[in-house]
Design a binder for this molecule. Structure first.
Ligand SMILES: [Zn+2]
Ligand SMILES: [Zn+2]
Length: 340
């Protein structure tokens, strides 16, 4: 089969490799679509939890082409979406029912073979049916939406909360929609792309404030004018350390600051401990997800969360380099999809 194979960070090629051999508890998915994500940029650089050689791609969907002998509840040809995470069930954290911190965290497309290939092998307990109403383009959002749902579990918003989100990438917009449905009184998105802010406004997901990347005091001032007491919840969905640092300018007393975007693993920010102490702030991290796919698929199936506007462009496996370039340089673009 054809697959993108990285031999080392930044070194990849489209290659002919053997089709994966499935284990008795696995299905072989014929990949119809696989989303490109910011995390793929971190993996490209050898960051995040990447291990090489690697076929990346962690947001995949397609139909079942082969089934192992222990698989039940599925048939050949079923349309499904795959949860890319596999937890060992035996390590210290799995035994504490904290599988997200599994010491053998295995993530297809991050440290195991993923979906930028014609086929991917997935444990069948991590495969979810999708109805014919859901297109493959829509279904790739199950993974980022699952991460946003985990974000909601971490944030635990209260009715009537005021929320500020920096960043309007696909996962930021998904989280924005969830927060709106989750009882927030006001949701404000501050981002530097006018197009994305228009999309958010036209869909009624949130109020918007244009971010000035050159002068943070400008959007900072506008936010302070509109919300002089600040926000109950302030979320960084950019992964930019300087934006995360600015999040500390906006919480109400006892407010929550959420690190949701992926910063480089060696990034540093400076914070004022006295501010956290005296205002009893909570600083929370939201990392990936496990066991959130069922809810993600349901949200998309019943139309509560909308993803159609988030698809920007399609690429073939042969055009993978173009997809990566677009990801790096295509400011303002939303979700890119590879169709193997
Ligand atoms: Zn992703
Ligand atoms: Zn484990």
């Amino acid at each position: 089969m054809k697959a993108i194979v990285y031999n080392a960070p930044r070194e990849y090629e489209l290659k002919e490799i053997p089709k994966p051999t499935i284990k008795p508890n696995q299905v072989l998915l014929k990949v119809a679509a696989c989303g490109v994500c910011r995390t793929d940029m971190h993996i490209h650089e050898g960051d995040f939890i990447s291990e090489f050689p690697l076929t990346p791609g962690h947001e995949f969907t397609g139909e079942i082409a082969e089934m192992g002998s222990e698989v039940y509840g599925f048939s050949l040809g079923d349309r499904v979406v795959g949860d890319n995470t596999a937890l060992c069930g035996e390590c210290y954290y799995c035994r504490r029912n904290q599988p997200l911190f599994c010491e053998n965290f295995y993530s297809l497309g991050c440290n195991g073979p993923g979906g930028f290939a014609e086929y991917v092998a997935v444990n069948f307990d991590k495969v979810f049916h999708i109805s014919d109403n859901l297109s493959y383009d829509q279904a790739i959002f199950a993974e980022p939406l699952a991460c946003a749902i985990h974000g909601m579990d971490v944030i635990a918003p209260k009715c009537g909360d005021d929320v500020l989100i920096f960043g309007a990438g696909p996962t930021g917009i998904l989280l924005t929609q969830l927060l709106k449905h989750g009882g927030a009184a006001n949701v404000v998105v501050c981002a530097s792309s006018q197009d994305k802010l228009e999309l958010i406004q036209n869909n009624g997901y949130a109020e918007t404030v244009l971010m000035d990347r050159n002068d943070y005091s400008k959007h900072g001032k506008r936010l302070k004018e509109k919300y002089p007491h600040g926000f109950d919840i302030v979320i960084d969905a950019t992964g930019a350390p300087e934006v995360l640092e600015q999040c500390f300018d906006f919480p109400k007393k006892t407010g929550k600051i959420i690190i949701y975007g992926v910063c480089a693993s060696d990034a540093k920010i400076s914070v004022n401990p006295y501010q956290i102490f005296s205002n009893e702030l909570k600083v929370l991290g939201s990392f990936a997800q496990t066991h959130c796919f069922d809810r993600a698929v349901k949200y998309m199936e019943n139309g509560v969360i909308k993803v159609d506007d988030l698809v920007a462009k399609h690429f073939s496996l042969e055009e993978f380099a173009e997809a990566m370039d677009t990801m790096v340089n295509g400011k303002g673009l939303l979700k890119l999809i590879v169709n193997p």
